[in-house]
Design a protein around this ligand. Structure first.
Ligand code: SAM
Length: 237
C-alpha cells in the first residue's frame, strides 16, 4: 500500500462530507444522515478516509435499525466514519486506535466533535496487546474494523484482540471490510488457529456495489470485500 494521495476536492487539513440515504430521491420517507470528518493528508493511515470505511459505514447505515442500543467498538478507527454512523443511529460507541499514534486518537476525537458526538469515548487499543484499556473494556456486541487488514504482519495481532473480546462476549460479531491488495494474503489459517469463522457479505446485499457511495467517489474501482467474523462452534463450524 503506498502513501495516501490527495484526491480532487480535498484540501490538506480539510474536511469531507459524507451523506448516507435510502429510499427514492425526493421520496417522503427518505432517511438520510450527513457527517463531516476531518481529513489531514499525511503519511499516517489513520488521518485519511479509506475506501473500506465508506463501504463499512454503508453496511452500518443499511443495518441501522438493528444497532439501536448495541455496544459497538471500532478498532483501528482512524477518521472513524463507520463508528460515527453507528453512534448517530443510536448505538453506544467506543472508538479506538493504536495507543502509539496520538495523532490518530486526536483525529477520532475531532470527528466526534465535528458531528456533535462529544461523549463518544476514544481509547488507545493496540492490536495484540493485552493492555489495561482492553482488560477494562465494557461488554461489546459488535466490533467494527475498516481496512485493518492492510499489513500481513498485523493480521494475527488483530485476530488475537478480536478473539480476546469474543471470549468475553461470545455473541459478538466483528464487521470488517478489507481492500484486496494481494491475492497471496489470506487470514483463513489464522481464523482456524484462533477458532474463528468468517461469513462473506456480498456488497450488493447492502447497496454498496457502486463506485460512488455516500456522496463520495470512494470506493471507486478498488476491490473491497465485507465479512463478518465470529467465534466458531466447538465442531469448527
Ligand atoms: C488503513 S488505516 C484505516 C483507517 C480507518 N479505519 C479507515 O478505514 O479509514 C489503518 C488504521 O489502523 C490503525 N493502526 C495501525 N496499526 C495499529 C495497531 N497496531 N493497533 C491499532 N491500530 C492500528 C492506524 O492508525 C489506522 O487508523
Amino acid at each position: 500500500m503506498g502513501e495516501p494521495r490527495r484526491r480532487p476536492g480535498s484540501a490538506a487539513g480539510g474536511e469531507r462530507r459524507y451523506r448516507f440515504a435510502d429510499g427514492p430521491a425526493g421520496g417522503e420517507r427518505r432517511a438520510a444522515l450527513a457527517l463531516r470528518v476531518p481529513e489531514v493528508l499525511d503519511s499516517q493511515y489513520g488521518l485519511y478516509v479509506w475506501p473500506c470505511a465508506v463501504v463499512l459505514a454503508q453496511y452500518v447505515w443499511f443495518h441501522r435499525t438493528t444497532l439501536r442500543g448495541k455496544r459497538v467498538l471500532e478498532i483501528g478507527a482512524g477518521v472513524s466514519l463507520p463508528g460515527l454512523v453507528a453512534a448517530k443511529c443510536g448505538a453506544e460507541v467506543i472508538l479506538s486506535d493504536s495507543e502509539e499514534l496520538p495523532q490518530c486518537l486526536e483525529n477520532c476525537r475531532k470527528s466526534c466533535l465535528l458531528n456533535d458526538l462529544p461523549d463518544v469515548p476514544v481509547i488507545g487499543l493496540t492490536w495484540g496487546r493485552v493492555s489495561p484499556e482492553l482488560l477494562s473494556l465494557a461488554p461489546v456486541d459488535i466490533i467494527l474494523g475498516s481496512d485493518v487488514f492492510f499489513e500481513p504482519k498485523d493480521f494475527e495481532d488483530i485476530l488475537t484482540t478480536v478473539y480476546f473480546l469474543m471470549e468475553k462476549n461470545p455473541h459478538a460479531q466483528f464487521w470488517t471490510t478489507y481492500q484486496v491488495r494481494s491475492a497471496d494474503w489470506s487470514i483463513e489459517a489464522l481464523l482456524c488457529k484462533w477458532k474463528l469463522k468468517n461469513t462473506h457479505v456480498p456488497l450488493q446485499s447492502f447497496n454498496a456495489d457502486k463506485e460512488h457511495l455516500a456522496s463520495s467517489s470512494l470506493p471507486g474501482r478498488h476491490t473491497i470485500e465485507m465479512m463478518i467474523i465470529s467465534l466458531a462452534r466447538s465442531d469448527g463450524t
